[in-house]
Design a protein around this ligand. Sequence first.
Ligand code: PSV
Ligand code: MN
Length: 393
Amino acid sequence: MVTLSDLSEKNRALLRGQTLELASWAFGNAGTRFKVYATPGTPRTPYEKIEDAAEVQRYTGITPRLSLHIPWDETADFRDLAAFAQDHGIQLGNINSNVFQDDDYKFGSLCNSDPDIRQKAVDAHLHCIDVMRQTGSDTLKIWLGDGTNYPGQDSMGARQDRLHDSLRQIYAALDADQKLLLEYKFFEPAFYHTDVPDWGTALLQVMALGDRAVVCLDTGHHAPGTNVEFIVMQLLRAGRLGAFDFNSRFYADDDLMVGAADPFQLFRILDQIVEAGALDTKVSGVNFMLDQCHNLEDKIPGEIRSALNVQEATAKALLIDRDALAAAQAAHDVLGANAVLMDAYNTDVRPLLAELREEQGLDPDPMAAFLRSGYRERVAEARVGGQQASWGA
Ligand code: PSV
Ligand code: MN
């Protein structure tokens, strides 16, 4: 059985210091275009989402930040919201813009051929930057639903030019200590072409802006069979990997719990992160976030399970014998090198992580501790009436 002492001093420190950002929308109701199911106790306000995020942090100890989505999390006083979060041990993280749910954006937002609609979309981002100043957030995260459904519908090239022009205006409005994070996704809602479909396009667009523009890699936003860890490596080499949106997919953008569909892929991603020395967010600037929707499972346990999955994949990546791996690689020992990786992957790290939590004064089994706490029952009783938060509401 491996224990914490099997990790080097440096790797123990990395594991102790690991943090993940949660997404506010993970605590709202979610579903598919067929049905969104309601769950008793679902938050009605951003304040209640913070309370739920604080529960995940209370039991895992590795999720101290919460991302907001504007206008889903619009509220009268963002300074008050940030203070409330701080009282709950949560820091407000990225501000995500939403320019995909207004009728005006039917044919696009930042890429739209209508200058008035482009201006409206740019202004929505300026509002997000204002929110960032009030919450103390340093990152503006942009994902666009822009694209076309039919060949010939619009000029793809002209749309790239408009995208650059809109992003340039948004980037110019950021403060010197704020970053722009551009997320790509290969399809949906557009079906023929998407304006930011892949890491190459995202990279070209952010490089045309400046040093404080980086790429967000959402693990669910690639075609089946894509070698996602290669993209991780390449963006890290370019110094432009700004963040992850972690989740799992079987088919499209399923937004399932990270590590559920393909724990081996998650391990391979964390291996690249560890190899590049990018695990410590404060050093690398890479923000590790969960972007998930819990349709069937309860939301807080869903987030706890996901955090534990990332932590397990990280511990395994930290256990890789890097010297043995380098020696096997140098000797072209194909099977030997692969065996070094697989040895780490096949190690049960749960006892090691239980030990880590006990050392930090946490329950060794976060899921069981949360289920015992009675929190779900309390909020189901207390949060009656009002409008439950929901993806798209
Ligand atoms: C788009 O599918 C996405 O991954 C972006 O991050 C959005 O902002 C988020 O999902 C909303 O659910
Ligand atoms: Mn995402």
